[in-house]
Structures are given as C-alpha cells and as structure tokens.
Design a protein around this ligand. Structure first.
Ligand code: NAP
Length: 252
C-alpha cells in the first residue's frame, strides 16, 4: 500500500539522500528535501514531486528556517554529512575535524531536536540515521570521520533509550563502501583519487542504501529495525577489500 506520510531527507542533493528521495517518493511519501546546493536539490524535487529548501545542518538559523517550512513529518532521514581528508592523527587538520563533527554529529542533533515534536505528534515517527561502518570500525587515516561517526552512533543509541515509550522509531543504517560523491568530496574534488577507491571492486550503489532505508520505514509501526550494517560483497571491513586485477569492478 502506498504511504501518504511526509519524509524529510537531509543531504538530498546527491548520493544516498537523492536515491532515498526517489525510493520514498515512489512508495507514495511526500518528500521534503534539504541540502546546500539548491540548484541540484530542486532537480531532485522536480523528479520526485517533492519540495526543496536550502539547508546547512551546521547552521542553526538555516535549520530553523528549514524546519519552519515543514508543517508535519513522520520520517526524518539524517543523511547529510561525509568525510574530509585521510590524514593520520599526527597530521590531523583540526579545521576538517570540526567541519565533520559539525555536519555528521551536531547537524544530526540540530535536525533531530527541531523535528522531534512534529515526529511525536505524527503518532508514528521514525528517525533514520545514516552512520557508517566507520561508526564502530576505525581505519588508518579515518581519524576525524571515524570519531564523528562513532559519536553519531552513540547519539543514535542514546536517542533510542530516551524515546522509549514514545511513538518514534530509531534506525541506524551503517553502510560500507557506496559509490557516490563521498570520495570526491573527501579528496577535495580529486577525481583520480576518488575513482581509485573503487578500482577493481564492485561497491554498493546509493540505491542499495535507499532500499535499506525504505525497507526499515515500511515495517509495521511496532517493529523497530535497530541497525543495518551493509557492505559490498567485495568488502569485509574498512580497508579490507577484494580487488580484481582487471579494473572493470564486475564479476566475470
Ligand atoms: P554525497 O554524494 O557526497 O552526499 C552527501 C550529501 O550531504 C550531499 O547531498 C550534501 O549536499 C549533503 N551535505 C553535506 N554537508 C551538508 C551540510 N552542512 N548541510 C546540508 N547538507 C550537507 O555522499 P553520500 O555517500 O551520499 O553520503 C551520505 C551519507 O552517507 C553521509 O552521512 C556519509 O557519511 C554516509 N556514508 C557514506 C558512505 C559511502 O561510502 N558513500 C559510507 C558510509 C556512510 P550539499 O553539498 O548540497 O549540501
């Protein structure tokens, strides 16, 4: 059965957020989309029949303006975020660490705080956090991102405890390697470095993660999917990847 509920998706201008907008809209949800690149966001809104509003989750005023345009909501997908750089702790760039903490952690808290009353009054609220396998598995050079995603996992688990008894579900989606703009952003726009991340292996697609999110939110209201950890078959842990000699990335 198609839903008529409203879903807010942060970071919907590309990657997992964009794919989630399509998946939820196809299932009948009204989607309200937020991100900083409004031109791209508006294209996604047009393609999904949704609404697009500028949103920078690191800026409280932007979050307030966004939330004021959301009359009701039952699903919040906290997806905005990402990684910057691959420096060791010794070489840590604290500016990048701060930005990652602001977007992945504090941005998630800002959006959650602001929308909790509306999620509760919907009578069937659901908060989906897009964390990462980095939220529980460190890797060399992951420092600031690993720390931020660990914090996001911790706040997700805390929220689940604090919301017990209220009509709000909390789900943690923890992906491994997904081919989106994630690596391009991480490496400051360096396409060669970004492409090398997926060389010779078959990563997940944004649609694979959107599928997990759609499945979680369409379980019956009494069923809380606590956590989904999802990696490509070619990955067993961060940095532990099976690569084929050919660079096609596809099974023969
Ligand atoms: P992506 O294609 O780079 O998408 C990131 C999205 O987040 C963009 O829409 C970006 O939009 C938005 N965003 C970033 N900072 C923002 C801010 N301050 N305010 C509002 N929106 C912001 O990468 P992705 O892979 O889809 O990433 C989505 C989420 O999945 C992230 O939380 C990431 O950490 C997580 N994740 C990704 C992978 C992976 O391998 N790809 C694995 C595990 C977890 P604007 O730039 O337009 O604002």
């Amino acid at each position: 059965m198609l839903s008529t509920e409203t879903a807010v998706i942060t970071g919907a201008s590309s990657g997992i957020g964009e794919a989630t907008a399509h998946a939820l809209a196809n299932a009948g949800y009204k989607v309200i989309l937020g991100a900083r690149r409004v031109d791209r966001l508006e294209k996604v809104a047009r393609a999904t029949g949704g609404q697009a509003f500028a949103l920078d989750v690191t800026d409280q005023r932007s979050v307030d303006d966004f939330v004021n345009q959301v009359p009701e909501v039952s699903i919040l997908v906290n997806n905005a975020g990402g990684a910057l750089g691959m420096e060791s702790i010794q070489e840590a760039d604290l500016g990048k660490w701060l930005t990652m903490y602001e977007s992945n952690v504090l941005g998630t808290v800002r959006m959650t705080k602001a929308l909790l009353p509306k999620l509760e009054s919907s009578g069937n609220g659901h908060i989906v956090m897009v964390t990462s396998i980095a939220s529980f598995m460190p890797y060399i050079g992951g420092g600031g991102y690993v720390a931020a995603k660990h914090a996001e996992r911790a706040l997700t688990a805390t929220l689940r405890l604090e919301l017990l008894g209220k009509p709000i579900r909390v789900t943690d989606i923890a992906p491994g390697m997904v081919q989106t703009e994630f690596s391009l952003v991480r490496f400051g726009g360096d396409r060669v470095k970004a492409d090398a991340v997926y060389e010779g292996m078959l990563p997940l697609t944004a649609e694979d993660i959107a599928d997990c999110i759609l499945w979680s939110v369409t379980r019956p209201p009494h069923v809380n999917i606590d956590k989904i950890v999802v990696m490509p078959r070619d990955q067993a842990a961060p940095g532990v990847v099976h690569r084929r000699p050919s660079s096609s990335g596809h099974d023969s």
